[in-house]
Write a protein that binds this ligand. Structure first.
Ligand SMILES: Nc1ncnc2c1ncn2[C@@H]1O[C@H](COP(=O)(O)OP(=O)(O)O)[C@@H](O)[C@H]1O
Ligand SMILES: [Mg+2]
Length: 375
């Protein structure tokens, strides 16, 4: 099956282990995002797929062809890997027109003039840039320059598209628009794509699957919903922007179906949370509680779990941030005598759950919407 397979690939720069035994596969026509903080090895992984770096261990397969195998000494040169690449810096030539920029990869491949005109016309139409063909590259906006870079990457019909933070230099509004554009284009062309970003929202919008990287390794690889709702570790949850990461101990486990419910005991609170099926009594866990699933009310009855297993906290609403359709509260939860620091919980509540600052509140969540992961 055409696609990309990265199998146990590593890369060292001197003593720095930039990429450490990374394995990934991207099925034909799918988009996989490498997501992680700066320095975690995303670019190096992408450059090894492209053949711009030699991997010092492992194998890379593109469209059923082994393009690199460190042990066997196989290494296919970048220009023979049939990949298109788009970088953060657009890397387009300022002194050339849009047409000449996009035509360049075809001229390198010595296509006839007629074929070049036809292919460039086609891809500029695809990118809705036909009217800009004769424009000098320096006369383009940032978004248009990035479109030229994408057109140039696609013009020779690569089997795989590699994109390294292509939207990082654009302003917020354009970035959001271009995300949707790139996703629509990728799906229309059905082109296998590996995309790199440090922006988890961008990853969620664009990806069929996300590989969360940290210190040269892949911590979790799953579809966006799973990474969001069922992070594999505290590190993944933290990187994915979960503000409520509550330390607790597992006191009891009930297994049901392919998951488990754990009775968890935190500092000054306890309750039931969903957990992976291999969780054990006595485990130290982090309970991930998404702010938007917490109900907030000034009396216990208004919150409540309707008898379902879950967690409740008593506290005081300390801060409210107006977010238009929602309010973001910071709640200091109680039972923190004895010198314990107050536990702050962030709640993202709809307008029908408005509470006054300083009032005593009850927070509740259903167990099924929480997630207790081992640290
Ligand atoms: N050419 C290089 N020489 C030395 N160290 C490098 C080189 N390229 C990357 N590194 C190091 O490898 C690690 C991973 O870098 P990189 O793949 O660029 O991360 P990311 O793209 O996730 O920000 C970093 O510690 C970086 O400093
Ligand atoms: Mg990078």
């Amino acid at each position: 099956m055409p696609g990309v397979t990265v199998d146990g690939v590593s890369k060292h720069f001197g003593a720095v282990r930039a990429v450490d035994r990374v394995s990934l596969d991207v099925a034909d026509g799918r988009l996989l995002t490498l997501l992680g903080p700066s320095g975690c090895g995303k670019t190096t992984t992408l450059r090894m797929i492209a053949g711009l770096e030699h991997n010092d261990a492992g194998r890379i397969v593109i469209a059923d062809r082994v393009v690199s195998d460190a042990a066997a000494g196989v290494f296919v040169a970048p220009e023979r890997r049939e990949i298109g690449m788009v970088f953060q810096s657009y890397a387009i030539w300022p002194h050339m027109t849009v047409f000449a920029n996009v035509a360049y990869p075809l001229e390198v491949r010595r296509l006839t003039r007629t074929a070049v005109i036809e292919r460039v016309g086609e891809v500029l139409r695809l990118m809705q840039m036909e009217h800009l063909a004769t424009r000098q590259a320096t006369m383009l906006s940032g978004g248009q320059q990035q479109r030229v870079a994408i057109a140039r990457a696609l013009v020779f019909q690569p089997r795989v598209l590699l994109m390294d933070e292509p939207l990082s230099n654009l302003d917020a509004q354009l970035r959001e628009q271009m995300r949707l554009e790139i996703r629509a284009l990728q799906q229309r062309l059905g082109i296998t794509t590996v995309y790199v970003t440090h922006d988890q929202e961008e990853a969620m919008v664009l990806s069929d699957e996300i590989a969360v990287m940290h210190e040269g390794r892949v911590l979790q690889r799953a579809d966006p919903q799973t990474v969001y709702a069922r992070p594999a570790s505290r590190t993944v949850a933290a990187f994915f922007g979960a503000p409520n990461l509550l330390a607790a101990k597992v006191r009891e486990v009930r297994r049901e179906g392919d998951g488990a419910l754990a009775r968890v005991d935190g500092e000054g609170w306890e309750g039931w949370g969903a957990a992976p099926d291999d969780v054990c009594e006595g485990d130290a866990v982090t309970v991930v509680v998404r702010p938007e699933i917490i109900r907030i009310a000034t009396d216990a009855a208004g919150a409540g779990n309707g008898g379902r297993p879950g967690i409740a906290w008593r506290g005081v609403a300390r801060q409210r941030i107006f977010r238009g359709a929602r309010n973001l509260y910071t709640v200091e939860t109680g039972a923190h005598g004895g010198g314990l620091a107050a536990l702050r919980v962030t709640v993202d509540a709809p307008p029908d759950q408005t509470v006054a600052l300083g009032s005593a509140v009850t927070l509740t969540v259903d167990a099924a919407q929480t997630w207790a992961v081992r640290d």
